[in-house]
Design a protein around this ligand. Structure first.
Ligand SMILES: C[S@@+](CC[C@H](N)C(=O)[O-])C[C@H]1O[C@@H](n2cnc3c(N)ncnc32)[C@H](O)[C@@H]1O
Length: 266
């Protein structure tokens, strides 16, 4: 967020063309006048496009400086809220999250996806885009990115209770002018209540324990074992993005687990 606070004016004023094809596909799935949350609206370019398409748009961003710049562009109020603090219940028909959730730390993404899900009415649509990768990191401007693989991202969305998850990969660019592989996700909130907090079933939790303790034996690392047996929501939630992969990969070689164990210590 520091980057957006310190560079709000330049960032908002950059020559950015809205992704018109994806916006058109998104708009085509909505009813006229549908309520849309532009989540992480930045300079407000896409909000303006959605407003001009006749939608009832609520733009929001965690940066007060960018929110002010977006207000000047679109001539309406921009809410200042971080993704981690969204507390809406069934208020929107759709959410447009263009290149914004990619800044949510991996350990916080499952919880944020639950919050975003809750903000949608049943059947509501989410469109979100992420820069693809295998491990989290920072770009040359110091911005944090979660850089997920499609498989990792799908697991997070599934865990958070999303339905009809489609992930399309495409080449593109970004503010850093680097060739970038993008993951464009669409998903729907078909069930009124998404999952939250602890993994729901004991069976799933046992699977998790078994696979994590296998890693622990091989890695001789106390940290994973310690977190694995912790029962509080908070610690379990912190473990979740890491532990999802051991479940998925438990029959394969151990290398990916080593990487994820290091992440746990961050
Ligand atoms: C890469 S910009 C994308 C902006 C806009 N969606 C676009 O495509 O031009 C990411 C945006 O997410 C916002 N952001 C990053 N982390 C956030 C957080 N944790 N909560 C709320 N907004 C956040 C930034 O302030 C910024 O406006």
């Amino acid at each position: 967020m520091a980057f957006y606070r310190d560079n709000a004016e330049t960032y908002a004023a950059r020559d950015r063309q809205p992704p018109t094809d994806r916006l058109a596909a998104f708009i085509a799935r909505l009813s006229p006048g549908a309520a849309v949350l532009d989540l992480g609206c930045g300079g407000g370019h896409d909000s303006l496009h959605l407003i001009e398409a006749g939608l009832e748009v609520t733009p929001c961003d965690g940066s007060a400086e960018l929110a002010r710049a977006a207000e000047r562009r679109i001539g309406r109020k921009v809410e200042i809220v971080t993704f981690q603090d969204i507390e809406r219940s069934q208020r929107f028909d759709a959410i447009w999250a263009e290149a914004s959730l990619l800044h949510v730390p991996r350990t916080e993404l499952p919880d944020v996806l639950v919050r975003v899900h809750r903000a949608l009415r049943p059947g509501g649509l989410l469109q979100a885009s992420f820069k693809a990768g295998e491990r989290e990191g920072h770009d040359r401007f110091g911005r944090y990115f979660n850089y997920p693989s499609a498989a990792w991202l799908r697991t997070c969305f599934e865990w958070a209770g999303w339905s009809n998850i489609h992930i399309e990969e495409a080449d593109g660019g970004g503010y850093d002018n680097q060739p970038t592989r993008w993951l464009h996700v669409t998903a729907t909130a078909d069930h009124a209540t998404p999952r939250s907090g602890l993994l729901p079933s004991c069976a799933r939790r046992r699977t998790l324990r078994a696979s994590v303790s296998t890693i622990d034996r091989k890695m001789k690392g106390p940290r994973v074992q310690e977190d694995c047996t912790a029962r509080s929501n908070c610690r379990f939630a912190r473990l979740l993005p890491v532990s999802l992969n051991p479940i998925r990969f438990k029959d394969k070689n151990l290398r990916p687990f080593k990487v994820r164990q290091r992440r746990l210590r961050v």
